[in-house]
Design a protein around this ligand. Structure first.
Ligand code: GTP
Ligand code: MG
Length: 624
């Protein structure tokens, strides 16, 4: 069960003091505790346009984000309120309310642009809020969107071969969805006498002019940028909530006191956001949770503060550094826990220990692979491999020591009575040597029968016997029943036995070395296997992202052909030719321009097709 979130009210996430942006540790701490994926909705727009009020509606609360009742701008910096997502279980809805743009008292446009850029970078749904209709003034106020290309980079080092604008063309894959909220909207939504939806109104307002002058270019620029950066757009219109005089009391009023249309419009807006706003996702399909959002905030704000452009790729890489390092720790902790549970030192054989290591290592690699991403040059996986190798070697050493300790204790237990007997002279008599050898054999058998002596059992025994060679020899030499010849033979036999044991030990050592080498190879293969599977999954993800971006870019080039067809076959073929020449220049430089033209071509083509089956076509032909 994921942890619940209890934030009684919003906190400032990014402070804006004297034009300097600073993160607030209290807010970052809240983010760091959110384990669930986050849906981030940011609202941006001119100051005093009811942004905070609307965000409170999304939080399902009457009060929260502080509202100002004077004409002075109220919200400063970026404020955050994290609430449980009302429709997505185990998701957190992060609401970001921003400082109003265009505050005359502030008079700092730069600062506004950064607030705007940060809201774009941090959100998965970007709400642009404005008063009244989408007129030229509203469009002009959106110049922040045209500045995004100068404020944000998608790649840390754009390809040299990329033509101008290519980097910004990649924004499209990672930018939030765009929602335009129009407050105190007083017009009827209709065009040519026909009712239209708010979305159609937005599309209509984003239509481009045929470029014949600089003025036309300026007219088109914000429209092009919105189309270019935000392929998914939505528009909501809101009536004025109450009579002007009651506006300052808005927070205290109940729904019954408000314009019923406004109440419904707010409900529709909230419902759309709850149902359609996506989890914040980064390049590589990385779903953002609280700590990840915290890292993004830190990276972007620190880039801005140090005079750099915030870069989406760098933010992901910075995040990867933190998480991959944590992934190594997590994997090692898992390995330690598994080994701690399963291993009892000393193990009977080296292979037994290596098998346990292998099983724990496999799981540890799985833990790492699951938690890591964008591990450039596999640096972190190599680090994990090195740490696991060291752990294995440490375990082998501990195993050797545990075995040595146990064997010496055993040898002491088993053989010390014999040593006492020798000291007491029990074997210093005729026939004593045979007696001694017999006893030694019995004790060796007893030693061999003891369980869990570990890998040093033989070596320790041989070492012990070697240390007692002089004692054995003394007993042999004092035994009067044996002839000199027999004693010579016996000395040779003992030597041969010792040499045989040494050879066996060497062989055993060789076998252990081979097992270790084999294990190293298997570890390597395990890393490669799991890495290959992960890379395969990443490749599929990348392909999906590339296809999405490519589809958008392709639309751009396709529209050139469509435009051509249209210019040839349209009853208005004379008009677009001029426009086409002017726009063509811009299209070559800016793919987004073509995207916009593509959309307008589509609508023209739609018009043409529908005209074909209506009388208006006849009328158009006749008038032509
Ligand atoms: N006319 C009108 N006023 C509204 C609307 N919604 C809220 N208000 C009022 O407008 C005033 C400002 O509202 P806020 O929500 O603080 O506006 P804001 O955009 O957050 O303002 P800043 O934080 O300064 O950028 C308050 O008195 C609200 O009651 C609306 O839809 N229309
Ligand atoms: Mg506000």
């Amino acid at each position: 069960m994921e942890s619940e979130i209890h934030m009684t009210g919003p906190v400032c996430l990014i402070e804006n003091t004297n034009g300097r942006l600073m993160t607030n540790p209290e807010a970052l701490k809240i983010l760091s505790a959110i384990t669930q994926p986050v849906v981030v909705v940011a609202i941006v727009g001119l100051y005093r346009t009811g942004k905070s009020y609307l965000m409170n509606k999304l939080a399902g609360k009457k009060k929260g984000f502080s509202l100002g009742s004077t004409v002075q701008s109220h919200t400063k910096g970026i404020w955050m309120w994290c609430v449980s997502h009302p429709k997505k279980p185990d998701h957190i809805l992060v609401l970001l309310d921003t400082e109003g743009l265009g505050d005359v008292e502030k008079g700092d446009n730069q600062n506004d642009s950064w607030i705007f850029a940060l809201a774009v970078l941090l959100s998965s749904t970007f709400v642009y809020n404005s008063m009244g209709t989408i007129n030229q003034q509203a469009m002009d106020q959106l110049h922040y969107v045209t500045e995004l290309t100068n404020r944000i980079r998608s790649k840390s080092s754009p390809d040299e071969n990329d033509y101008e604008g290519e980097d910004s063309a990649d924004f499209v894959s990672f930018f939030p969805d765009f929602v335009w909220t129009l407050r105190d909207f007083s017009l009827d939504l209709e065009a040519n006498g026909q009712p239209i939806t708010a979305d159609e109104y937005l599309e209509y307002s984003l239509k481009l002019k045929q470029v014949t002058s600089q003025k036309d270019k300026n007219f088109n620029l914000p429209r092009l940028c919105i189309r270019k950066f935000f392929p998914k757009k939505k528009c909501f219109v809101f009536d004025r909530p109450v009579h002007r005089k009651k506006l300052t009391q808005l927070e205290k009023l109940h729904d019954e006191d408000l314009d019923p249309d406004f109440v419904q419009q707010v409900a529709d807006f909230c419902s759309y956001i709850f149902t359609n706003s996506k989890t914040k996702t980064l390049s590589g399909g990385i779903k953002v949770n609280g700590p990840r959002l915290e890292s993004l905030v830190l990276t972007y704000v620190s880039a801005i503060s140090s005079g750099d452009l915030p870069c989406m790729e760098n933010a992901v890489l910075a995040l990867a550094q933190i998480e991959n390092s944590a992934a190594v720790q997590k994997a090692i902790a898992h390995y330690d826990q598994q080994m701690g549970q399963k291993v009892q030192l000393p193990t009977e054989t080296l292979q037994e220990l290596l098998d346990l290591h292998r099983a724990s290592e496999r799981e540890a690699i799985e833990v790492f692979i699951r938690s890591s991403f964008k591990d450039v040059d596999h640096l972190f996986q190599k680090e994990l491999a090195a740490q696991l190798d060291k752990k294995r070697d440490d375990f082998c050493e501990q195993n050797r020591k545990a075995s040595s300790d146990r064997c010496s204790a055993l040898l002491q237990d088993i053989f010390s009575p014999l040593e006492e007997e020798v000291k007491a002279g029990i074997y210093s008599k005729p026939g004593g040597y045979r007696l001694f050898i017999q006893k030694l054999q019995d004790l060796k058998t007893k030693y061999h029968e003891e369980p869990r002596k570990g890998i040093q059992a033989e070596e320790m025994l041989q070492m012990y016997l070697k240390s007692k060679e002089s004692m054995t020899d003394a007993i042999l030499q004092t035994d009067q029943t044996l002839t000199a010849k027999e004693k010579e033979i016996e000395v040779e036999r003992v030597k041969a036995e010792s040499a045989q044991a040494s050879a066996k030990m060497l062989e055993e050592m060789q076998r252990k070395n081979e097992q270790m080498m084999e294990q190293k190879e298997r570890s390597y293969q395990e890393h490669v296997k799991q890495l290959t599977e992960k890379m395969e999954r990443d490749r599929a993800q990348l392909l999906q992202e590339q296809e999405r971006t490519l589809a958008l870019k392709l639309q751009v080039s396709n529209c050139i052909t469509l435009r051509f067809l249209f210019s040839v076959f349209s009853p208005f073929s004379l008009i677009p030719t001029l426009v086409w020449q002017g726009e063509h220049e811009a299209q070559r430089k800016d793919p987004a321009c073509s995207l916009a033209v593509f959309n307008s071509c589509l609508s023209s083509l739609n018009w043409l097709l529908s005209s074909l089956v209506t009388k208006s076509f006849l009328f158009a032909v006749l008038s032509h």
